[in-house]
Design a protein around this ligand. Structure first.
Ligand SMILES: [Fe+2]
Ligand SMILES: [Fe+2]
Length: 475
């Protein structure tokens, strides 16, 4: 008999204490998860006590409990949003039928694939961010990094729970494989491209959490519509955590911009070299980082025309963003959507069946949401009296996936040839020299209330604590 007190060790609302099969599966998996965390999780962090929020239940009092904990002892929990026993499927061919509490045999392979693909991104981002703690610009930022890392760990648990509970032996094998693939590994990489890129510095980290965690938001929101009720409820709860990750990205870039603007005003210059010499990050470099992270992230939505996307929607596995708020028939047969394609070296619009274009629909929703935050960044510059504005590049810029991968585009949306691309690449995307410069600024600043010179302090601390609170106690 096991002596583990499950609700204490693993906070959950999935009745883990009574479910012997699930206990056995998790007991097999959990030691490997801890080994994974020790091997490729946040470097050198084992003895730190970090002021973290832990979810201990899904109600408003329970989902964000704050206190200092060692990350290795973090209570990774398993939560589903409260369910509705009468919930009906609200899109696709099964519209109006009862939502599924278990996996229908005919959709098993596709659902497993969807859950594994989502699950794979969670540990990947922890791996991508593992060295960043060594160069944190402040104790406040260090804590935010670690908060994101443990929550991505919990997101992995959330997907592993579904695999263990609903997919039997192949679910257990997939759960193991999630700990075996490694971001950037030559032989056994993570499934999706952006999750094999490096996150080499804190500007990249803030761009990643702004753009790539926002991809997470849109994928999770689409899965939160699923006819497979446990998946819908799990992903709905994950969305509450994702909001903090995007906040870290948005406020992080805002603070970098605020500091850069301050230096530009003090020196009365917009010369990138002078800004750099004063220890701040010039706006052109910030724009190039933005171009990179935006283009790599919009690739994550997949090919602009996809028969899988149509199958996932019509079978009820994955809906659209805010499916319930849309006024159409939620079946989408016979409807069309505009996508871009390359014809004679130029981009042209064409109408395609909407069901096949659902990746593009989700990408376009993501783009709208991303652009709004870039507008808020520009407000920081505007307030400081700096005339430069950041922009998102054209949708076809630097794409590797789908029809647009076949074309070279400037950020403004002009088709260019290979020669021009090669000549301008380093104006449009971060160069080796940009990375070297940003890396040169990355020192470790961890005295409470102190901040590196390239970033402004935040407006307020975490959970109403002061900015100079001891967010991390170093062991
Ligand atoms: Fe996540
Ligand atoms: Fe996230």
């Amino acid at each position: 008999m096991s002596t583990i007190n499950y609700s204490e060790k693993i906070p959950n609302n999935v009745n883990l204490g009574e479910d012997r099969t699930l206990q056995r599966a998790l007991e097999g998996w959990q030691p490997n998860f801890i080994n994974w965390w020790d091997d490729v999780g946040p470097e050198g962090s084992t003895n730190h006590e970090v002021y973290l929020r832990t979810a201990v239940s899904v109600d408003p009092q329970g989902w964000a409990q704050f206190g200092h904990v060692k990350m290795r002892d973090y209570r990774w929990g398993i939560f589903l949003n409260p369910g509705d026993a009468n919930r009906e499927i609200h899109f696709g061919d099964h519209k109006g039928e009862k939502a599924w509490q278990d996996v229908p045999g005919e959709h098993r392979a596709n659902l497993r694939r969807i859950i594994v693909t989502q699950g794979d991104t969670e540990p990947a981002s922890v791996e991508q961010q593992r060295h960043l703690g060594l160069t944190a610009p402040s104790m406040y930022d260090l804590r935010n990094l670690f908060q994101i890392n443990v929550e991505e760990g919990r997101h992995l648990w959330a997907m592993v729970y579904l695999l263990h509970k609903h997919f039997g032996r192949d679910g257990r094998e997939e759960a193991e494989a999630l700990l075996q693939r490694t971001s950037g590994d030559q032989d056994n990489p993570r499934i999706l491209g952006a999750f094999n890129e490096k996150t080499p510095d804190w500007l990249a980290f803030f761009m990643f959490t702004y753009f790539t965690d926002r991809d997470g938001k849109f994928q999770l929101a689409a899965l939160a519509e699923s006819a497979f009720d446990p998946l819908a409820r799990t992903t709905k709860f994950m969305l509450t955590e994702e909001a903090h990750h995007m906040f870290v990205g948005e406020s992080g870039v805002s603070r970098v911009l605020a500091r850069t603007a301050q230096v530009m005003n003090e020196l009365k210059t917009d010369d990138a070299q002078k800004v750099r010499a004063a220890g701040a990050i010039d706006l052109a470099t910030i724009q190039r980082y933005l171009n990179f992270h935006y283009s790599v992230t919009i690739d994550l939505f997949g090919a602009d025309q996809s028969s899988n996307a149509a199958i996932f929607y019509s079978s009820g596995l994955k809906g659209r963003y805010e499916e319930g708020k849309r006024g159409d028939d939620h079946v989408l047969k016979g409807q069309t959507y505009k996508v871009l394609e390359v014809k004679d070296g130029q981009l042209v619009e064409k109408d395609v069946p909407m069901l096949n274009a659902l990746n593009e629909v989700l990408r376009d929703d993501f783009i709208k949401d991303s652009v709004a935050g870039v507008g808020r960044w520009n407000k920081v510059l505007e307030k400081a009296g700096i005339p430069t504005r950041l922009t998102v590049p054209h949708k076809a810029f630097n794409r590797q996936i789908g029809a647009l991968a076949g074309i070279k585009m400037s950020p403004e949306g002009r088709v260019v040839n290979e020669v021009e691309w090669a000549a301008k690449r380093d104006e449009w995307l971060p160069s080796a020299e940009d990375f070297a410069f940003v890396a040169s600024l990355m020192g470790r600043v961890v005295e409470p209330g102190k901040f590196a010179g390239w970033i402004s302090p935040p407006v307020m601390g975490i959970n109403r604590q002061p900015v100079d609170f001891e967010y991390v106690r170093f062991g």
